[in-house]
Every structure is written in structure tokens, then in C-alpha cells.
Design a binder for this molecule. Sequence first.
Ligand SMILES: Cc1ncc(COP(=O)(O)O)c(C=O)c1O
Length: 197
Amino acid sequence: MKPSDDKYLFHRDITKSYPIMEKAEGIYLYGLDGRKYIDGVGGIAVVTIGHGVEEILDVMMEQARKACFIYTGQFVTEPQLRLAKKIAQLAPPHLSKVFFVSGGAEATETALKMARQYHLETGNPSKYRVISRWMSYHGNTIGALSMSGRPLWRKNFIPLLLDSKLSNSASTSLIYSQAVSREPSACRRRPQIAPRR
Ligand SMILES: Cc1ncc(COP(=O)(O)O)c(C=O)c1O
């Protein structure tokens, strides 16, 4: 197989051709072309224990043999309960419940929806606006991108984004005075990073 065999794949960057990886072990990726790469970003900061860790593979295989997918809208599983308990024990005391999702953007959007639900339930239906910082990154789906402050990644999608407010400052008292428009002209401008307070 050669990189030119990839015409059916919709690449992240359609102007590029990507090397084909065959396997990954520890910190290394091995290409079909015989080249060895150091996976310096650990996937993208998600393979923190390295690739191909045998004990993890054994547990994954053991579980896959029992069941690969159980719908969480109707059932729970023992590994799910055990993992929730472990995460809750590792987290700070006020974070005592775990909600499993499939990735980062889904996590931030779920947090957004939970916050909205909380305010509805506690009698604050007008509270819906999210405040976040320019240059922050919370994922690339529409909801997560609405809360993310990367001008270049936002500019083509401005009309689709939610009504979030982005600020240069970590200080919430300044946020409304510094909040900028969701319009492309504003988003093309590179924001000034506020001095640390
Ligand atoms: C802070 C933060 N939130 C959300 C995401 C998005 O995660 P995903 O690519 O799994 O949707 C990332 C990814 O790098 C992230 O660093």
C-alpha cells in the first residue's frame, strides 16, 4: 500500500498526503515505508502511557470478548462502575460523579448542557451564556468551537456558532468590557493577550 492509495480517505488537510503507519510501540510509530517516528505528542496528548502496553491490551481483549458495546441509556456495566469509582476517588472531593463520553469536544459540550440544565432546574432560565478566553481550545465541533478562542479556526463558521463571549482576560469583572464580536472581522484580528493578574 502507498500514500497514493488513499484517495477514498477525506484527509484533515486535503492538500496533503500522509505517511501510512503500520504499528506503534512505546514512544515509537512505525511506517509502512520502514521509517520510525518518535510520537512526541503522544497521539495528541492522549497516549500518555505509550503505545501497545500489554496489560492494557489484555484487559481490553478480555472485555471485548465479554461485550464490546452496551447502550448506556439503558444499562450499566461492572467496568463502567469500577472506573467511575476510581476516577471519583482520584478527583478533588467536590467532583464526585462521572459521566462518560467519547472525546474532548463531547465532554465540553456535555458540560455546557449540564450547566444549562442546572440553571433551568434552579430557576435561572435566562442564564445560558458561556465565557471563555481567546486562544483557548475546547474542541472543534460547533458547540465546542463556539467556546474556543482560535480566530482562524472560528472565522469560516461564525454564523453557525453559539452566542458565547470570548475575552482576553482571566478576570471576569473585565470580561464584558473586553468581550468582542462574533463577526469575522473581529475574529480575524489577533487578540492581545492580557497581562497576568
Ligand atoms: C482542553 C481540550 N478540550 C477539548 C479538546 C477536544 O478533544 P477531542 O479532539 O477529543 O474532541 C481538546 C483536544 O485537544 C482539548 O485539549
